[in-house]
Design a binder for this molecule. Structure first.
Ligand SMILES: Cc1ncc(COP(=O)(O)O)c(C=O)c1O
Length: 395
């Protein structure tokens, strides 16, 4: 007898969406493809030697940490994170920090702890698709607050907060947002936090790119304005994504349920990797590493903007970010980036269409370009191909 798994799989699981990258499956096999879809540090800049040494050192006192333990995370790592958060303007006590397996796990733990089926969550439109993947499992629905060049629009947010039923949380990537690269302006930040307090709807601040500001003044996290903000950070973009090392800064009252959720999901994060990360970052190494990375990302971003200016048809618009990994492009004419994708693939270039970043997958003329992983010549050639593909498509 054949098992009918459709009858066994939970209703919610059958509705879970695959990663946005699945839309690109047909294109990824194109020979010599220039793939602007990445959102990671470049392979050649991963600090392999430093991490290898730090991992070897982490085995020195292995007998002390080969057991289960430290559900909330390794104290020296929480301490280091609290110090870094404090130096960025968000005063943080190590007791409020929990180590997670990347910020993706943080999103899941928050949703597991806060969301009941049918709850409404305000997200930015567009937003990081992985947050929706995490939240979807808890059967929430979304209201989308639009984003412009200055980030989340407070008046639009307020309109949604006034609605019935009142949303359960506001999820935002306020700094160098994925996918648009925009940063919420200082006035808007204050207003967004005021609204959260006025309507008693907590903010979930997802901040993987905040430390990757281009040389110049860093932007303090939203949590610097209010200790009710639940903050998510990660080493995925500053060290390497495969470490699966992130953290959460929790409001006092949420520490017990969030730590209980962490224990329920995986008991603890990898105790070796936590020790290796502390060792790797020690003695000012992380700051020196970040300084170098920021300069490189700024150079690549400028290169991409110059190429867009040169290669794209008149009327194309884009947002120039001040940090992070992404440029958000709005194509000219009555076309969607989804319709353009096969032609782009034929010309040997790929991107993530804007539709990936909305819960209703609405088709738009927008697309996300990642600049962090590609050297100058690939950026130039890739945008040249994109320009040619767009011109051909427009006729
Ligand atoms: C906004 C945002 N949140 C969370 C994540 C997931 O990061 P991590 O590797 O720490 O799980 C990403 C990764 O791209 C991201 O862009």
């Amino acid at each position: 007898m054949t098992f009918s798994w459709n009858q066994v799989v939970a209703g919610r699981a059958s509705k879970l969406a695959p990663s946005a990258f699945s839309d690109l499956e047909g294109i990824r096999s194109v020979e010599d493809l220039i793939f602007f879809a990445g959102g990671t540090p470049p392979l050649e800049k991963l600090p392999i030697a430093r991490l290898r040494q730090a991992s070897a050192d982490a085995w020195e006192d292995a007998a002390d940490h080969l057991y289960y333990g430290e559900s909330q995370g390794h104290e020296p790592l929480r301490h280091m994170i609290a110090e870094r958060m404090t130096s960025r303007g968000a005063t943080t006590d190590p007791e409020h920090v929990m180590i997670t397996n990347g910020s993706q796990q943080g999103l899941d733990l928050i949703a597991r702890t806060l969301f009941d089926p049918g709850d409404v969550v305000v997200i930015e439109g567009p937003t990081y698709f992985g947050a929706m993947q995490a939240f979807d499992a808890y059967e929430v629905t979304y209201r989308t607050a639009p984003v412009d060049d200055d980030g989340l629009i407070p008046d639009e947010l307020e309109r949604l907060l006034r609605e019935h039923p009142r949303p359960k949380a506001i999820y935002t990537v306020p700094t160098f947002q994925n996918p648009t690269g925009v940063t919420i302006s200082p006035e808007r930040r204050r207003r967004v936090v005021e609204l959260s307090l006025e309507y008693t709807v907590p903010i979930i601040e997802d901040d993987p790119y905040g430390e990757l500001h281009f040389p110049g003044d860093p932007v303090p996290p939203l949590r610097a304005l209010d200790s009710n903000v639940i903050y998510l950070g990660t080493f995925s973009k500053t060290l390497a994504p495969a470490l699966r090392m992130g953290w959460m800064v929790m409001p006092e009252a949420l520490i017990p349920p969030l730590v209980n959720s962490k224990e329920a999901v995986d008991i603890q994060s990898d105790r070796f990797v936590q020790r290796a990360v502390v060792r790797a970052c020690a003695d000012g190494w992380l700051d020196a590493h970040l300084d170098e990375a920021r300069a490189l990302y700024q150079e690549r971003c400028q290169r991409m903007i110059a190429a867009l200016q040169r290669e794209m048809p008149p009327g194309t618009r884009w947002i120039t970010p001040q940090g992070g990994f992404f440029v958000w492009v709005t194509l000219t004419g009555e076309i969607t980036s989804n319709a353009l994708l096969p032609t782009a693939g034929k010309h040997g270039v790929a991107y993530l269409p804007g539709s990936a970043f909305y819960p209703d997958r609405r088709k738009e003329p927008t697309l996300r370009l990642g600049f962090s992983t590609l050297p100058d010549d690939k950026i130039d050639e890739g945008i040249h191909r994109l320009g040619r593909a767009t011109a051909e498509f427009l006729g």
